[in-house]
Design a protein around this ligand. Structure first.
Ligand code: LMR
Length: 397
């Protein structure tokens, strides 16, 4: 049967890490894969994570199974992180939650859950969105549709076009996938008035908001980054959320995420939990334990939590500083084009806004690795490579 296999193109994002690793150029710059890097170009283990891991090593006395939805306490704590402390949904029993293998696992569990409830349901994705959204939605058997999101001419959200498309074409029961914050790949987020308008549209048309919040805390702050999501959650009966601890806890390889389903009442939530557990059982049975225990240990300990928040604040400030420095470095390299939009965007990503040929030149001739769309991970910049990168960009413009 394997004669029918065809070569599959490498993943457009993950392949960049390999290309960078194999490039012997000492000046190479890695702005590809979305992982945070410090000034030394290293992705550190956060202080609170290392401390929690030490504790766990001393305390853990079994490796028996955890259960399909993972650790209940972790789920409770992450629901507070995402929806707010003492949120009304948890109090009313309106949540079904599962700890998942990463944010990607959460997205897939949510998609499988939706497909079990409403086979072939339509999910509206912004254009552009994280490339893997398409694969995940389609692999689950759902129908993919697109709404316009980013306008390259203004380097910002084309909210009128987004709303006009959803208003005209989306139907009751369709899902609308939006990024909670730090839009991947554009760095252009909805403002709070736009979230409000989106919530009103969802309410009026019976659309179900599907929020992917993979970068909470990397934009304006843990609470600020969830403000839009929380606003919309308060306006609708039903909503689905995929959250990730990969970036804000730096737990990438520990695959730590959470699928959250908000239902209109507690009875429905209990059935949603059963359905979600069922799709998990039929897929990977239960999630890995370690990353979730680390997060739980941190969030349940005032001192570790404060240290984690402080370090996350340092990360956030560094990213904001790099954005400013890049705009300045491009000017210093003689670029006349206005790149000030980079400073206005959030999180790790921005589109440089150069074309595919220019990206190819940056990658192949300057060893500056970025996604083909010209998405750069700003966190890959540092004092050592900033001027080199700016010069390379100047040379292709
Ligand atoms: C990214 O967009 O680079 C990250 O979310 C990592 C990934 O899995 O693609």
């Amino acid at each position: 049967m394997f004669e029918s296999l065809q070569p599959v193109p490498a993943d457009p994002i993950l392949k960049l890490a390999v290309m960078h690793r194999e490039d012997p150029n000492p000046n190479k710059v890695d702005l590809g894969l979305g992982v945070y890097k410090d000034e030394q170009g290293h992705t550190p283990i956060m202080r609170a994570v290392a401390a929690a891991e030490k504790r766990l090593l001393d305390m853990e006395d079994t490796k028996t199974y955890v259960g399909m939805a993972g650790w209940a306490r972790y789920n409770e704590l992450v629901a507070e992180v995402v929806l707010g402390d003492n949120n009304a949904y948890a109090a009313a029993g309106r949540l079904a939650i599962a700890q998942t293998p990463g944010g990607t696992g959460a997205l897939r569990v949510v998609c499988d859950f939706i497909n079990a409830v409403k086979p072939g349901a339509k999910v509206w994705c912004g254009k552009p969105t994280w490339a893997n959204h398409h694969a995940l939605i389609q692999a689950a058997g759902l129908e993919l549709a697109e709404y316009p999101y980013f306008d390259p001419a203004t380097h910002s959200v084309d909210f009128d076009a987004m709303m006009a498309t959803l208003e005209a074409e989306a139907q009751a029961g369709d899902l609308v996938l939006v990024h909670g914050c730090c839009h991947n790949p554009s760095g252009a987020d909805l403002n709070i008035d736009q979230w409000q308008a989106l919530g009103e549209l969802a309410q009026a048309k019976g659309l179900i908001p599907y929020v992917d919040i993979a970068y909470q805390g990397m934009g304006a702050g843990m609470e600020e980054d969830a403000a839009g999501l929380r606003l919309v959650a308060g306006m609708v009966d039903e909503m689905v959320i995929a959250s990730s601890c990969s970036k804000n806890f730096g737990l990438y390889r520990e695959r730590t995420g959470t699928a959250i389903i908000i239902t209109k009442d507690a009875d429905t939530a209990a059935m949603a939990q059963g359905q979600m557990n069922g799709v998990i059982r039929g897929n990977y049975s239960m999630p890995p334990s370690h990353g979730a225990l680390v997060v739980q240990t941190i969030l349940d300990d005032a001192e570790l939590k404060a240290d984690w928040l402080a370090e996350l604040g340092e990360v956030r400030e560094r990213i904001a500083r790099l954005r400013k420095q890049l705009v300045q470095a491009l000017q210093d390299a003689g670029v006349e084009q206005d790149f000030s939009f980079i400073e206005r965007q959030n999180g790790m990503f921005s589109f440089l806004g150069v074309n595919k040929d220019q990206v190819d030149t940056l990658v192949n001739e300057h060893s500056c690795y970025m996604v083909g769309s010209s998405r750069i991970n700003v966190a890959g910049l540092n004092d050592n490579n900033m001027a080199y990168f700016a010069k390379a960009v100047a040379s292709v413009l």
